[in-house]
Design a protein around this ligand. Sequence first.
Ligand SMILES: Nc1ncnc2c1ncn2[C@@H]1O[C@H](COP(=O)(O)OP(=O)(O)OP(=O)(O)O)[C@@H](O)[C@H]1O
Ligand SMILES: [Mg+2]
Length: 306
Amino acid sequence: MHPTIIVASNLTKRYGETVVVDGIDFEVGQGECFGFLGPNGAGKSTTMRMIMGLTPRDGGRLEVFGRDVVPEDSVLAAQMGIVPQDNNLDVDLEVGENLDVYCRYFGLSAREREEKIEQLLAFAQLSDRRYTPVTKLSGGMMRRLVIARALVAQPKMVILDEPTTGLDPQARHLIWQRLAKLRETGVTLLLTTHYMEEAARLCDRLLILNRGCILDQGSPEDLISRHVEPEVLEIWNRDGMPSLEDFADLPGRKEQVGDTLTIHGFQLETVRQLVVQRAGYACLLRPANLEDVFLRLTGHDLREGL
Ligand SMILES: Nc1ncnc2c1ncn2[C@@H]1O[C@H](COP(=O)(O)OP(=O)(O)OP(=O)(O)O)[C@@H](O)[C@H]1O
Ligand SMILES: [Mg+2]
């Protein structure tokens, strides 16, 4: 077991009367990739911001690298690379200058800065954009620059709030590759994401939050085996939604997800063949994944805040 570097116990945050993080407990080990999942407004960013020391907690215990987290702790700040949900780049500056500002902040000499900027631009595949104004970058390039900037001080832990939201598949894959590379060097990663494939691919362990409370935590495989059956048959129909009644005679747990009806169960191949025989429907048999867990635990309704 790796040494524990984050301990949160009964961690609580309120805004006015509203409890947005409701006494949660979790621990993160050194070198782990730990992910927070949850619908919009679940409290993921608030939790990350408390760990970053940017939002003060209202209750409970929170220790990072053995230190009680208090705002503006420069010792902690130097060990954490931060990728906030919104890109907070300096839009008046060029790409290289954005990195340079951080290098100066951390007291690097002119030669160290030059080396670091080149190395980080290469890491982020932005070497040819060094003199481009930030406003001329694409969304994916900006995200890569924010990640590169988080690495200036060679942090032991990098905290990424939705690192790949809004990026195209190529940009997302590049960021996954870079994050995997970072992990290989022993850096602890903390991330939030709405992409279940990203969570499954990158994270050793996940915590699912809903309305400020933990629904469950564990490895992606554990969560899948704990909460859903191993196979899913998706059924859809071009003219509208398949209804539960149309398939009431078939075995398995059924759910309606948007325009798709899903049947969850064990060894569903025979059920798939029965569906194929029914005119007008298309179907796909696949292994259960984290998205099935997420939807089962957090429900199917759209969330807007608490
Ligand atoms: N500064 C603030 N003042 C008041 N309420 C806030 C503030 N920041 C967050 N909240 C509220 O706290 C709750 C949790 O917000 P948070 O940003 O942590 O959610 P999230 O899980 O990161 O959601 P998303 O997936 O949309 O990013 C929401 O209801 C939000 O409106
Ligand atoms: Mg958020």
